[in-house]
Design a protein around this ligand. Structure first.
Ligand SMILES: [Zn+2]
Length: 486
């Protein structure tokens, strides 16, 4: 990270750009513990806005929030490991506490299936107790070797949904429903278009029968797995003996799902819309949707412009999140620069000139070609237009991200050598045929920089998908999406 206020241009070094934005937009700070991250207030507010929007959808789809402990006994991990390949190397263990060695070490949750199901098993007696649809907002710990703020950290915040159902069909439907909730959130709130689909066996969550994912293209043309939803089958039900009495009186194992999104979404937001000036926030997730910057040069002017600024603030704050930046010892230019760096969607400037002409200057953080970035309106009109302008900015950002993704996507690639070169140099999304054999997937993973991100859902598939496997040339059974991944 550079010590001055300069942000490294994306084209020069995307990774340095990312770190600069995280620092200069005051999103995160380092922790004395390697791999951990301090989420600063500005980024935490973005997380709160994300959380509120998602939480409403979780409740709307019939889920209840609960909270389960951070620690679990070693025995729960062992039981899980008998049935599913677990997280063991990534799991942090507490072996000492209260001044002495613990008789049984405690594990810090890397995810909570093994915390939740041994307990909830007792809540379920008969089919009448099903479905159980829980969610928790929590922190989890995974001992990661290589970490980056928001994208991969040892401790992170997330939500984890955990459900139990009487039938496999119902659980499958739940996993698909929540994938849809994630997709809608990412598109409608984050303005981040995603391709949804099924993970291959090599890429799915160890304990799952099927893993569905949302994959988004970042501005460096790499893919970010932004959310996953798992149909777990009866793997965890068997590990933790979660059974119910069916209508016919039989004792059966439940069918589970789990699904989660994390503070990684903030990384996705940064890399979907940010530019060389810094962060660009979609209005729906901006802590301040509008910042008013009053401009004065003496006390008399200050009184005049502050009267107008406060009046505009009063009216606007009924419908949008607005902030008046009336700091004394910061120049207007420095304020403009700071709020641009922090991605505030719309700035309103009020100076003595605007006071006398009863006008306001509005400046968009993001304006595509064909829209004016800076416009001057009469005060009343400017105020009335703000909600509409914010909606436009939200739509413009989604549209720009969609167009960029389509420009950087190649469909129907059949030549393996061309693929290796393309995915290594140009990156982007590549759609191809695949025979379904894990060996072809593994070969391409070893020989190229790309991996299969998903077997796309029908609406993302090509009209004329190749009929042969990109890697071996045999008959293709699936169309797959390849990319370099975060
Ligand atoms: Zn093949």
């Amino acid at each position: 990270m550079s010590a001055d206020n300069e942000i490294t241009p994306q084209s020069q070094d995307f990774s340095a750009w990312y770190n600069d934005v995280v620092q200069h937009a005051e999103l995160a700070d380092h922790s004395p513990v390697r791999g951990c991250m301090v989420i600063r207030p500005y980024a935490y507010r973005i997380w709160e806005l994300m959380r509120d929007a998602l939480d409403e959808q979780f409740k709307h789809t019939g889920h209840e929030n609960a909270y389960f402990p951070l620690f679990m006994p070693q025995e729960s991990l062992d039981r899980e490991a008998e049935h599913v390949e677990g997280f063991s190397p990534e799991t942090a263990m507490v072996t000492e506490a209260g001044g002495s060695e613990l008789e049984e070490p405690l594990a810090v949750r890397p995810t909570s299936e093994a915390v939740i199901w041994p307990i909830v098993a007792d809540w379920i007696q008969s089919y009448r107790d099903l479905p159980v649809k829980l969610n928790q907002w929590a922190n989890v710990v995974r001992w990661e070797m290589r970490t980056r703020p928001f994208l991969r950290t040892t401790e992170f915040l997330w939500q984890e949904g955990h459900t139990a159902h009487a039938t496999a069909e119902e659980a499958e439907e739940e996993a698909r429903t929540m994938l849809g909730v994630y997709r809608d959130f990412m598109e409608d709130w984050m303005a981040m278009p995603v391709v949804t689909g099924l993970k291959t066996d090599a890429e799915r969550f160890a304990g799952a029968e099927r893993t569905y994912a949302c994959e988004a293209m970042m501005k460096d043309d790499k893919a970010l797995q932004a959310g996953t939803s798992h149909f777990l089958g009866q793997n965890f039900a068997k590990a933790f003996d979660v059974r119910f009495q069916s209508e016919e009186g039989e004792h059966e194992y439940v069918h589970n799902t789990s699904w989660g999104v994390s503070t990684r979404l903030i990384g996705g937001l940064i890399m979907s819309h940010g530019d060389d000036q810094g962060l660009v926030l979609p209005p729906k997730l901006a802590p301040h949707q509008v910042v008013i910057v009053p401009i004065w040069s003496d006390a008399e002017e200050k009184d005049l412009v502050m009267t107008v600024a406060q009046r505009v603030n009063r009216v606007l704050s009924r419908s949008v999140r607005v902030h008046v930046d009336d700091r004394e010892h910061v120049s207007p230019g420095a304020k403009f620069y700071e709020w641009e760096r922090k991605g505030v969607p719309l700035r309103i400037e009020v100076g003595p000139k605007e006071v006398s002409s009863q006008e306001l200057v509005t400046v968009r953080r993001y304006a595509p070609e064909g829209r004016e970035r800076k416009r001057t309106y009469g005060e009343g009109k400017a105020i009335a237009m703000v909600p509409q302008v914010l909606e436009e900015i939200q739509d413009d950002l989604l549209q720009a991200a969609e167009e960029r993704r389509e420009e950087r996507s190649v469909r129907g690639m059949e030549d393996y050598d061309e693929f290796r070169q393309h995915i290594g140099e140009k990156r982007g999304f590549v759609y191809s045929g695949w025979c379904g054999d894990g060996e072809c997937e593994e070969k391409a993973r070893e020989e190229s920089k790309g991996t299969i991100r998903v077997i796309p859902d029908p609406e993302f598939r090509s009209e004329d998908a190749p009929s042969t496997c990109l890697v071996c040339g045999d008959e293709a059974t699936e169309e797959v999406l390849w990319a370099q991944a975060y």
